[in-house]
Design a protein around this ligand. Sequence first.
Ligand code: HEC
Ligand code: HEC
Length: 210
Amino acid sequence: MPLSRRCTLGILFVSLVLGTATPALAAGDAANGKVLSYTCLGCHGIDNYKNVYPTYSVPELYGQHAAYLVAALKEYRSGERSHATMHMQAASLSDQDIEDIAAYFAGSELKPTKATVGTPPPKVAQLCVACHGADGVGIMGDYPTLAGQHADYLARALDEYKHGDRKNAVMPSFMTAVSEAEIQEIADYYSHQTPPLRTEPRRVTILSAQ
Ligand code: HEC
Ligand code: HEC
């Protein structure tokens, strides 16, 4: 290995070690996140794009809380949340990349922070509103916003928590008493709230220019 290359690696190593001594990441850079998200929009940027086997809608990300997006991406990266495609997508992302991507999808002024409640929540969802809000906007960054999320994605997530396929310290315990019929009711309720999470449109012009 040429000396200069070894020096570069040495510096990289030192900066990595020093890096761990300063754990605070720079706040997410939404502009860089937009660049990094180019491939993501191949699925998340197409309205009603479906996961195949099993078939359900790819979740809406635009307007979601940044803290939740960061947690979700780190869980896919580590494999704690299992989904082969999303693991592949997240595997090569650094912590800073994830912060940047989350800042981009979270948006700022476009967040549905004042969603309308619409019809009263079904009885069974009265437990849920303590964290996810009666308006479907998570009351804290760690609690995902559900307003306007695809109903089939919500139902699938709830089913996974109920049957232990998606692990989490909080959610599964809330699902034990919820029946399959009630899962559909809840998914229907949250998916109809506005203003919803959205699909950030794929940049077709950039695509065709390449
Ligand atoms: C080939 C299609 C595809 C691509 C490309 C893709 N995703 Fe996904 N993504 C999915 C599917 C399907 C799910 C739902 C997985 C599940 O059920 O856990 C998902 C889930 C997610 C979630 C969880 C959302 C939630 O509400 O919990 C996040 C965050 C996410 N993707 C971000 C990204 C980012 C960032 C990229 C690019 C680096 C990306 N995805 C690329 C298909 C894709
Ligand atoms: C104590 C707070 C709390 C309560 C109460 C709660 N949740 Fe959650 N919920 C969370 C947290 C935290 C997550 C993120 C878990 C994860 O990362 O998998 C979550 C995740 C979810 C998701 C997945 C969203 C996505 O984008 O993938 C759905 C759907 C959901 N909750 C619905 C419900 C429903 C329905 C109820 C009531 C039966 C409920 N929650 C009660 C805190 C809560």
